[in-house]
Design a protein around this ligand. Structure first.
Ligand code: FAS
Ligand code: PHB
Length: 389
């Protein structure tokens, strides 16, 4: 079997890229190791930058997003007893859209089905051969059989634990991996959100985030130590802990309820040395992991896809490799800028057990500076709503 592009991974990166390439008449196939049900059961990101929204709308996967996505003009920043608002609209005339990654993935699956773009589920890629040649081969297990497909390009959209990054020589030795000593325990509850916009809280009890998926579906997080077991957290314990991490005047508006999903996400930062080797390109979590504090993970996957699509179209229509060879530098420039912002936000909001009192004070002072400086709030808004592609 031969196709022009094989995409490994049926998460947001792989699905968006498949839709964009197929719209240009480029022959593509998506290989996803899990069932569609499993992929759609994962609760992950919730905030979309304008660039991500624009790509989804342009490709024809924006109908539900435009109908049900919540446009937010800003976020709230809280401490134990205080809370202030950062207004993106007022400071830089930009917004974000709150719309769950699960919905994005569902909309993209429906688009691929409508356009008969081939995606094979329960197809676990085992090997990528000759990725530095112009005819790589992808070997995968499906229905108990070993199958292979030849192509011109392999795009690794297979996430942090995927196979594609592991075969890139320049990424074998990599200094850019930091495991943080805490994670996020998140719950989904069919309750109205405690506030109209998101609340990021640096409380003396630890970080908390009040987010949402709709006006009747809330998404809440609390910081927990690394290695924490979600089985130790009853709903009652979660709500007790969350209440102590938001200001009293907000607490009185909190409506609690049973969790319909509860999970712990580890916090780590990782950036690959390169996102391209020969005819293999990486997109999304396969190439980088940002702490979710800045709401950048899914949005960086979208900008990678934007650059990869540009490079592949240039190759297939103009027979030029220049954009392919520029892809990694271009994508990594934006990745590192978003990593910087996510890292800064993470250090400002979380109490790190390994931090000394001086660093603790710096975190507190960062937040005070953000509160008192409209200029800092414009810089925050510029990063949070999405840097230009
Ligand atoms: P994904 O990991 O979503 O998809 C990769 C796909 O590749 C998976 O479906 C996997 O099954 C498949 N795959 C892997 N190996 C394969 C193989 N060998 N063969 C075939 N298929 C293979 N981001 C935010 O902005 N905010 C958040 O709150 C947030 N929370 C997160 C919580 C968790 C637990 C995790 C893991 C991530 C979170 N993220 C968050 C980041 C997340 O949203 C990612 O940025 C986003 O899923 C990136 O999408 P993909 O690059 O498509 O990777
Ligand atoms: C979410 O709604 O899941 C969410 C929102 C903002 C973040 C992280 C997660 O920074």
């Amino acid at each position: 079997m031969f196709v022009q592009v094989v995409i490994i991974g049926g998460g947001p990166s792989g699905l968006l890229l498949a839709a964009k390439l197929a719209a240009r008449g480029i022959d593509v196939i998506v290989l996803e190791q899990r069932t569609r049900k499993y992929v759609l059961s994962r609760i992950r990101a919730g905030v979309l930058e304008t660039g991500t929204v624009n790509q989804l709308v342009e490709i024809g996967a924006g109908k539900n997003l435009l109908q049900n996505g919540l446009k937010h003009n800003g976020v709230f920043i809280a401490t134990d007893e205080d809370m202030f608002h950062i207004d993106f609209k007022e400071s830089i005339d930009k917004q974000v859209t709150v719309y769950g990654q699960t919905e994005v993935t569902k909309d993209l699956y429906e688009l691929l089905d409508r356009r008969n773009i081939p995606i094979i589920h329960e197809a676990k890629v085992e090997k990528i051969l000759d990725h530095t040649s112009s005819r790589p081969t992808v070997v995968y297990e499906n229905n108990g059989q070993t199958k292979s497909v030849q192509c011109e390009f392999v795009i690794g959209c297979d996430g942090f634990h995927g196979i594609s990054n592991k075969i890139i020589k320049r990424n074998q030795e990599n200094p850019y991996l930091i495991q943080l000593p805490y994670g996020w325990l998140g719950i989904l509850s069919e309750t109205p959100p405690v506030e109209d916009e998101l609340i990021y809280s640096r409380s003396s009890m630890g970080f908390a985030l009040a987010s949402m998926r709709s006006k009747s579906l809330s998404r809440y997080y609390v910081q927990v130590p690394t290695g924490e077991n979600v089985g130790n957290w009853s709903d009652a314990r979660f709500w007790e802990s969350f209440k102590l991490r938001i200001p009293k005047h907000v607490r009185s508006n909190l409506i609690t309820g049973p969790s319909i999903e509860k999970s712990i996400a580890p916090l780590r930062s990782y950036v690959a040395n390169t996102m391209q080797e020969g005819h293999l390109l990486l997109c999304g979590d396969a190439a980088h992991i940002v702490p979710p504090t800045g709401a950048k993970g899914l949005n960086l996957a979208a900008s990678d896809v934007y650059y990869a699509h540009e490079a592949l179209v240039s190759y297939f229509f103009n027979n030029q490799l220049d954009k392919i060879n520029e892809y990694s530098n271009k994508a990594l420039m934006r990745v590192w800028k978003s990593m910087r912002f996510s890292w800064w936000m993470t250090r400002m909001f979380h109490h790190d057990p390994n931090q000394n009192p001086f660093e603790e004070k710096i975190g507190e002072s960062e937040l005070n500076h953000l509160k008192d400086s409209k200029l800092m709030q414009s810089v925050f808004s510029d990063n949070y709503t999405g840097l230009p592609y």
